[in-house]
Design a protein around this ligand. Structure first.
Ligand SMILES: Nc1nc2c(ncn2[C@@H]2O[C@H](COP(=O)(O)OP(=O)(O)OP(=O)(O)O)[C@@H](O)[C@H]2O)c(=O)[nH]1
Ligand SMILES: [Mg+2]
Length: 192
């Protein structure tokens, strides 16, 4: 897959604006600040294609990146406590609208911070993916933040937790060391 061919396509703030899905889509989902936009930049070898921030709640629209016969979809993160009620409602509407609008979702990449057990919101999202029978992989982010011993323990805990989750694959990942990049790209390439 030629990752240089990807370019920003469009951003949508409400689900009604979403155009019909005319390409297989890979959606990146996860808690706010887990590293979705960073991961997109990392796999596409681009520094600032998707905007990132150390402050949670950076991505507030559904963002489409198109290339290689695919569309990569950067979703706003869930579980950010400091959002207003109206923003929270708009987000819920946007996410539900995205997943319920009969799109060709070839794969959901569900991001979970390797350092922490899945949150209530993560569990809800995983249940939703199973219920909708969407194919998904779990990417365990920020693996560079753990030392060897912590890494081994966290991975063992995650393998145990996700064994029965329905995930096709569990991929430890870091956008600092690029761990997991090739494995995730391979998984995406098999879709086209
Ligand atoms: N050390 C380390 N930091 C990371 C990694 N991935 C992301 N980060 C940092 O985590 C913060 C959040 O990253 P984003 O990519 O903006 O997270 P997001 O999931 O897109 O967040 P929202 O847009 O709010 O949903 C930034 O400060 C990143 O630099 C990683 O693999 N390792
Ligand atoms: Mg983001």
């Amino acid at each position: 897959m030629n990752t240089n061919s990807f370019a920003f396509e469009a951003a949508f703030g409400t689900s009604r604006q979403l155009p019909p899905s005319d390409l297989p889509e890979v959606a990146f989902s996860g808690r706010s600040n887990v590293g979705k936009s960073s991961l997109l930049n990392c796999i596409l070898h681009r520094k600032r294609l998707a905007r990132i921030s150390s402050v949670p709640g950076k991505t507030v629209t559904v963002n489409f990146f198109r290339g290689g016969g695919l569309r990569l979809v950067d979703l706003p993160g869930y579980g950010y406590a400091k959002r207003s009620d109206s923003e929270r409602r708009r987000f819920a509407e946007l996410m539900e609208g995205y997943f319920n609008s009969r799109r060709t979702i070839a794969l959901v990449v569900q991001l979970i911070d390797l350092r922490h057990p899945p949150s209530k919101d993560d569990e809800q999202m995983l249940a939703f993916l199973r219920e909708k029978q969407l194919p998904f992989v779990v990417v365990l982010t920020k693996s560079d933040k753990l030392n060897q011993g912590e890494y081994a323990a966290a991975l063992a805990r995650a393998e145990d937790y996700f064994r029965t989750s329905g995930a096709k694959r569990l991929i430890p990942f870091s956008c600092v060391t690029r761990t997991g990049r090739e494995e995730l790209l391979k998984e995406i390439e098999t879709l086209v």
